[in-house]
Structures are given as C-alpha cells and as structure tokens.
Design a binder for this molecule. Sequence first.
Ligand code: PAF
Length: 282
Amino acid sequence: MKVFKTKTELKTYFKEIRSENDKIGFVPTMGALHQGHLSLIKQSKENNHFTIASIFVNPTQFDKKEDLDNYPKTLESDLDLLEKAACDIVFAPSIEEIYHDNIVSIHFDFDGLENEMEGKYRAGHFNGVGTIVKTLFEIIAPTNAYFGEKDFQQLQIVRKMVKKSKLNVSVIGCPIYREESGLAMSSRNKRLSEKEKKAASIIYKVLKKVVEKSSSETISDIEQWVSVEFKNHPLFDLEYFTIADIETLKTVSKLSPNSQYRAFIAVYANTVRLIDNISINT
Ligand code: PAF
C-alpha cells in the first residue's frame, strides 16, 4: 500500500501506474476507521482496478471548534486497517496541502438540500463537505466514489454537487454498517462510554418501530411517539426526528405510494452527536 501526503507525489504515482481504461475507486474518510469504512473499501475493490482512500479531518465542515478538536485522530491504526483491507493507495494530506493558508469553504447551491435536517443544526457544514469532496475528486479523478448511507443527506448533496459541477464520477451509496446491537457504526462512537454505547441501541430500535408504525399510523402520531421515547431518557437528548422524501429531503406529513421516504434522527449522548436513518419503503 502506498501512502502519499502531497498532491504532486500522488499525481506522479498515478501517471506511472494508471492506464486510460483503469477504473479508480475512491473512499473519502476523516480517519478513525471502523468496519463501515472497510465495507466501502471492499465494495470499491470489487468494482475497480485500484482503490484509493483519503484520510483528512476537514476543518471547514465542523461548525464547532470543540467538535473538531475532539474528533478522534488515529492515523497509525487507520493505515494498519487499510493495509489489512488491501487498499492500494492512501492520500493523507495536511491542512496546508489542501487549503494553503485560506481555510474557507466554497459556497454551494445544492437546490435547498443543504437547508434541511443537518443543515439546520450545523451551519456551513455542507459547504465544507462540498469543498473537500470536490477538491479530492479533482485531485484523484476517481471513476467511482463510495459513501455510506448513514450520512444520507451528505450522499444526496455529493450527488447534487457532482451533477451541478458536471464531474465525471459515479457516486455510490452503500448500506449502513451496524454493531450487533444495531448502533450505526461511526467514528464518533469511540467517544461514547460503555454505558452510552450499550444504551444507544435504542436509536435503531426506535427507527425499526417507526417503519412498522408507518403502515398504520399518521406521521404526526409517529413523531409524537418518538419524542416521548426520548423525553425522559437519562442518557440521550433528541435533536430531531423527521420523515423526509429521499429526493428533496423535505419533511413530509403524509406518505404517497409514488415517492420514497426515509426516517432521520439525530440524538446527543452528552456531547457526542449521533445520527441514523432508515428506509420507510421496505
Ligand atoms: O463522511 C465523512 O467522513 C466526511 O464528511 C467526508 C465525506 C470524508 C468529507 O470530509
């Protein structure tokens, strides 16, 4: 496995090894890797000649400095995991290599997708994501790029950015990878106490129950039920729960048989923010 820290080194290596028809699979990450990331690497390896992962904790997508400071940074063990997963190339640039001395986001218009859910609670987050993903796509020029459906809004926003910027990359969404308890795998889970981690199985349990309820109950009754489930919980605070159309990401108050929906949730365990979602059309 080759590890590069600069664009020049990476591009020079690509020139040596890349033939015109080679498919390049790309898995962008912020490190603190878990099985969910490795499942993306596996999928990329099955469909491409080369797989490249990036490890870069992108400062412009954090709305709170404290969250950026606390984000787990585990480069050595990440490289170890990627090596074992037979990843071909890792791009792990410094902040200066990506942003020079101007750590700011591009302002994107994602046709309103950026104003829903996460966008309401994390100011500027999606401009930061768009900026780094576009930059990495331009450096790497992948054929296929792999994103987990846990960050479903991010996935739809990256698809929108690719379409609007006319980039020649296929964006592939991959199923959420879960712990045995049902907790969606996330780098942030590393910051949960054992007690919180165990109790966090409630999030997926609630989402599964929501799917069950969606065939017989109104959305407003379901929303009410979810809020009661978390109201007096000793460990978790519900930030939002919503059922939204998967294309517009707008909250709906009624399901129509012609559209597809997902239920989305964000909860806090102390200062750790956890998100999850589930398809309603199963
Ligand atoms: O999902 C993530 O880990 C990040 O948002 C991404 C896509 C690597 C961009 O920094």
